[in-house]
Design a protein around this ligand. Sequence first.
Ligand code: 2P0
Length: 330
Amino acid sequence: VKKSDVVSEILKDRLYVSPKNKIGEAYAPTNIALCKYWGKRNQELNLPVTSSLSISLADKGAAVSIKVNSVDQVILNNVILTPDSGFSQRLFKYIDLFRIENSIFFQINIQSNIPIAAGLASSACGFASVIKALNHLYAWELSNRELSILARLGSGSASRSIVHGFVEWHVGKRDDGMDSYSELIEKEWPELCIGLCILNRDEKKISSREAMQRTIETGSLYPAWPAKVAVDLSLLRQAITSNDFELLGRTSESNAMTMHATMLSAWPAISYCLPETLVTMQKVWKLRDEGLSLYFTQDAGPNLKLLFLKKDLHFVVEQFENVEVVNPFR
Ligand code: 2P0
């Protein structure tokens, strides 16, 4: 099954019609996984080995506008990208799924307020906002389920960035991935805070795609990963339903540490930690020993995301220099 087969299956006779609107506009929040997506069973369609569960980051994300243009062009945060930039190429390869090449060209204007490729899921909100903007431009009126399947073709984690709130991406069983989509968990948690500890903004040296694949192929601990995810997903659902913050924090932190352990067991081993990452982890553990209800999670980069409740906001901001706080349910 190819990406284009999935697109035709979803859009059917709506594919290749002309844009209905002059401009397509959309916003998508980035998301942070509390139970991670780590490993693909199908690399073409970004089909995961396991389900995953995330929280969308409200106003941290990407706003996109797309309009028909005389040439293909990407403007990222007010800078025109050269056509051969990696970002531009990856984006238009995705756009090509929805047009007959050389028949229509687009200007894509992206405003993103998160560091690109610093392990803060920029591809997640990037592809999610682009598919939502195309949906607006063409007036396809796709459901969130269909949008999440199409966003996944751009980047796995993008399937979780269609909506705000807690989201579960169902692993699915089918080869065409029509049952591998994300869904809102209808539960709000207004006291929940996420603190973004940006320790380094450099582009990462190993992409998630490459790291996942190497972990699957050589990681001696990877076989234990699916069972760990099954347990953690169930604990997280329970934590969310019962507002049990300790359970949410403990499960999220343990899930992230286990994901990184699978990478450490690969060869050559992969570590996204910098010295600052380890120093910050130890600080979290020390504060927790002293009674603070504070946890972290880490993705494919050196930055940590802190999890805590609103009652501890002032203390956390005092303790962690430059932490940027997001309230996902504000
Ligand atoms: C996640 N990550 O669940 C995991 C945890 C990073 C660590 O999804 O190859 O950019 O585009 O499907 O979605 C980052 O990987 O990978 C990611 P592709 P993606 O958030």
